[in-house]
Design a protein around this ligand. Structure first.
Ligand code: SAH
Ligand code: SF4
Ligand code: F3S
Length: 473
């Protein structure tokens, strides 16, 4: 989805997004190594866990050998993602044993969606694990760790009644600065939609929306520390309907207008959206708000009405196409991205062809496509007509070839274009910086173009398949 490089990786099964780098102050004597798999919400959650642990004297480290605590923040979305955790736990068991021989303790924890889905089973399969903690109870992490250090094995997967966001400490100003000029902010969590392929309603629970005041306070804090771009997150972010200061529920469109008033916050994004929740106010925000970037991740999964129905997506392919027409009428230069699943049970060649047709009609600037992976406990796994792996492979290749071509074509249209770029970080080569276009493309610039955090006007001199090259104007 939405993508700085880290994020581009986040939805891949390949996906460990790597450790949260370096130190959160070295106040404490204990060190935690955090490894994050899965989506942006997990990236955000890992930061909030690091904040909670910092208040408990843990500094983060990117050297696993130094860690007193190794915490895996896991993803359950596809089988490969979930299995990755167990192979990692195998390695950690050996590391833990080596450390024990030297008389050192290393605790192992599993957080995230696998923790929520599998709970105690994780400790049964991997006895080296000391704690299992689900996404709704991260604010209890310091307390859980105290008990674990006392020798207990803890599985904490309740849906907490208290609001975890109220209880999670905020990062320090220095820590926000260290994390960079773009930030994630979770506004909505969980899902009530129950698409028949998906585990999220089970791993993240039912939909909750954070109140406006809480979100505004957090966004202001980020902006004060130098963050220029905030991406609002939710499994169904456009279903967000938070309690407003006027006592009424607000929708996402209205929230975006409010956040756009915060000084210094120049760019807003949100992800992931469901087509059913794109309301008029949100489309109007795309029309009227300069700081709302012209990029929308709007997964459709399939172009076949039969399959959409079996997936319980509750809209037709034509509804999606009409919606995109309305969005494009409001904001002509908006770039679309999407998620696709091939080989859902019962998918025929004709269904797959309908997906190809829809993709050709929309024209995507970016996309994520997957082979259907049956997930335990979801209705899809019980359906008849599972598709052969070889057929899934073939369809995925064909779809990805088309989507990749569309992405390259989209990037090629940028040649010669003058645009604003947010400079995000140093480049890989000396003298370079990496920025981000409004359409989320990485842009390589000379360091003379500006400082990190600047938004500069540039002309695109070369459009590569994955990134753009630019000179200041
Ligand atoms: N809330 C978002 C999607 C969250 S999951 C939405 O409604 O679109 C991210 C993506 O993973 C999904 O869009 C889907 O394309 C993919 N995905 C989810 N479950 C899957 C499964 N069982 N097999 C393959 N891909 C899956
Ligand atoms: Fe999963 Fe569907 Fe909810 Fe998205 S809307 S998180 S795909 S159940
Ligand atoms: Fe994975 Fe959980 Fe995100 S299953 S995609 S980490 S919500």
């Amino acid at each position: 989805m939405e993508l700085n490089d880290t994020i581009a990786d986040t939805f891949e099964d390949a996906g460990a997004v790597a450790a949260l780098p370096s130190l959160q102050g070295d106040s404490g004597s204990r060190k935690v190594f955090l490894k994050t798999y899965g989506c942006q919400m997990n990236v955000y959650d890992s930061q909030r866990m690091a904040d909670a642990l910092a208040s408990d004297g843990y500094a983060t480290t990117d050297t696993i050998e130094d860690a007193d605590l190794v915490l895996l923040n896991t993803c359950h979305i596809r089988e490969k993602a979930a299995e990755k955790v167990y192979s990692e736990l195998g390695r950690l068991r050996d590391l833990k044993a080596e450390r024990a021989e030297r008389g050192q303790e290393m605790l192992v924890g599993v957080a995230g969606c696998v923790a929520q889905a599998e709970g105690r089973e994780i400790i049964r399969r991997s006895p080296a694990v000391d704690l299992v903690i689900g996404p709704q109870t991260y604010h209890r992490l310091p307390d859980v760790l105290r008990r674990v250090r006392g020798g207990a094995k803890i599985v904490e997967t309740d849906y907490a009644i208290e609001d975890k966001f109220e209880h999670l400490p905020q990062p320090t100003r220095a820590e926000i600065k260290r994390r960079g000029v773009t930030a994630f902010l979770t506004v909505q969590e969980g899902c009530d939609k129950f698409c028949t392929f998906c585990v999220v309603p089970y791993t993240r629970g039912s939909e909750i929306s954070r109140p406006v005041a809480q979100i505004v306070t957090e966004a202001e804090r980020l902006a004060e520390a130098g963050v220029r771009e905030v991406t609002l997150l939710g499994q169904n972010v456009n279903a967000w309907h938070g309690h407003g200061p006027d006592g009424k529920p607000w929708g996402l469109g209205r929230l975006l207008f409010r956040l756009a008033e915060i000084p210094g916050l120049s760019r807003l994004r949100y992800t992931t959206s469901h087509p059913r929740d794109m309301d008029d106010a949100l489309i109007a925000a795309h029309r009227d708000l300069d700081s709302l970037m012209p990029y929308l991740h709007l997964p459709v999964q399939s172009g076949s009405d039969r399959i959409l129905k079996a997936m319980n997506r509750r809209h037709k392919a034509s509804d999606y196409l009409k919606l995109i027409e309305r969005i494009r009428a409001a904001r002509g230069d908006i770039a679309m991205s999407g998620d696709f699943i091939v080989g859902f049970p019962g998918e025929t060649d004709a269904d797959f062809e309908a997906t190809m047709k829809l993709v050709r009609e929309v024209g995507y600037a970016a996309s994520y496509s997957f082979k259907y992976s049956p997930r335990p406990g979801t209705p899809g796994a019980e359906m008849d007509g599972h598709v052969d792996e070889a057929v899934k492979d073939e369809r995925l290749q064909e779809l990805q070839a088309l989507l990749n071509r569309q992405q390259q074509d989209f990037n090629a249209t940028m040649h010669g274009v003058v645009m604003d770029v947010l400079i995000e970080k140093p480049g890989r080569q000396a003298g370079q910086r990496i920025g981000r276009s409004p359409w989320l493309q990485p842009v390589i610039l000379d360091e003379k173009a500006g400082e990190i955090g600047d938004i500069v006007k540039v002309r695109i001199t070369r459009a590569g398949p994955g990134s753009l090259f630019a000179e200041p104007v």
